[in-house]
Design a protein around this ligand. Structure first.
Ligand SMILES: [Ca+2]
Ligand SMILES: [Ca+2]
Length: 324
């Protein structure tokens, strides 16, 4: 708990003092972008708290610069800690200063007024804040050092040490395509859904890889969708191997990227009650009528037959009977 309080406080110091000048405090801000990828708290929450506690626009920009590329370095607990710390800093530095100068809480001041308050702080308070940030950093694997810029002004230099960086984990989606068929990974969506329904949609790289460090937890669900492909929803139990998760087109039961007689035969067997599940890439591809119950029956078979015969039918689109 102490660590949490301190690191948040450090972030808040960064925020509170940002107005002293970007060359001095920008570096700290950038390097405290650390806490941003948690579940219960995330960077957005932290940022909102910084604003409420008196951060200047300039500081928020600097925080974004550092945090956005480093979201995976910190946990939900870190974010909670940053928020606590922002509160501590607010209590130690910002609140009294703002009330003394304007008789108002920092949240009610304009950006210009906030900057004026920060400029009015003493050198001694600045150094106190530095030391605070430094001690927080040390406890969370962030090495806060100092150097001088061209104008001989003290500049903090922060680096994240190895021990604080969790091993990166990935989900790799294997989009099944026919030989020579181009796959547009920009159409692929991978989301992590928390038990409370909160959804984190992750960036997918050009090979179908998605980083999930610190995000994927037992009890969460991985949802994978792509137009024309049968959606997959995987309950994560802490051990699932997600290094090679196939998704295939509706009707492509064997997952070779083509919809042909082989898939039709598999579906015939399945509808007839044969045990062919091991040969089917995952169950949803066979439900070509896309009914929500996920049934694979004669209706699917008829539709698949038409597709294989070259009829102009679309697989994977829910067909609503006229009588409904
Ligand atoms: Ca196939
Ligand atoms: Ca069906």
């Amino acid at each position: 708990m102490l660590n949490k309080r301190i690191i948040s406080a450090a972030a808040a110091v960064v925020v509170a003092l940002g107005g002293f000048g970007a060359p001095v405090f920008g570096g700290i801000a950038q390097n405290f972008d650390i806490a941003a990828s948690a579940i219960s708290y995330n960077y957005k929450d932290f940022k909102a708290n910084c604003i409420a506690r008196g951060a200047t626009n300039r500081m928020i920009e600097e925080l974004d610069k550092f945090f956005l590329p480093n979201l995976d370095y910190f946990t939900a607990a870190d974010y909670a800690a940053f928020i606590d710390g922002t509160d501590t800093l607010y209590n130690q530095f910002m609140r009294q200063a703002c009330e003394a100068a304007y008789g108002k809480d920092p949240a009610l001041l304009s950006d210009e007024e906030r900057r004026a308050v920060i400029r009015s702080m003493t050198q001694k308070n600045q150094m106190k804040a530095y030391e605070y940030i430094r001690s927080v950093g040390a406890k969370h694997g962030v090495d806060v050092g100092y150097t001088y810029d061209e104008q001989k002004r003290l500049v903090p230099v922060c680096t994240i040490t190895k021990s604080a960086v969790p091993e990166k984990r990935y989900i790799k989606v294997d989009v099944r395509a026919a030989e020579g068929e181009a796959v547009d990974y920009s159409e692929l969506t991978v989301s992590i859904v928390a038990p409370n329904g909160k959804t984190f949609t992750q960036d997918v790289d050009s090979e179908g890889k998605v980083e999930v460090t610190d995000l994927l937890k037992t009890g969460y669900t991985v949802d994978i969708t792509m137009p024309g492909y049968a959606a997959r929803s995987i309950a994560y139990d802490g051990t699932n191997d997600l290094s090679n998760v196939a998704i295939a087109k509706y009707g492509d039961l064997n997952g070779d990227g083509l919809i042909d007689i082989e898939d039709l035969l598999l579906m015939q067997k399945k509808v007839a009650g044969w045990q062919v599940d091991d040969a089917i890439v995952y169950p949803e591809v066979a439900n070509v009528t896309a009914d929500v119950e996920g049934k694979v029956d004669l209706e699917d078979l008829i539709l698949e037959q038409k597709a294989v015969a070259g009829w102009n039918v679309t697989l994977g689109v829910l067909v609503v009977p006229i009588n409904d």
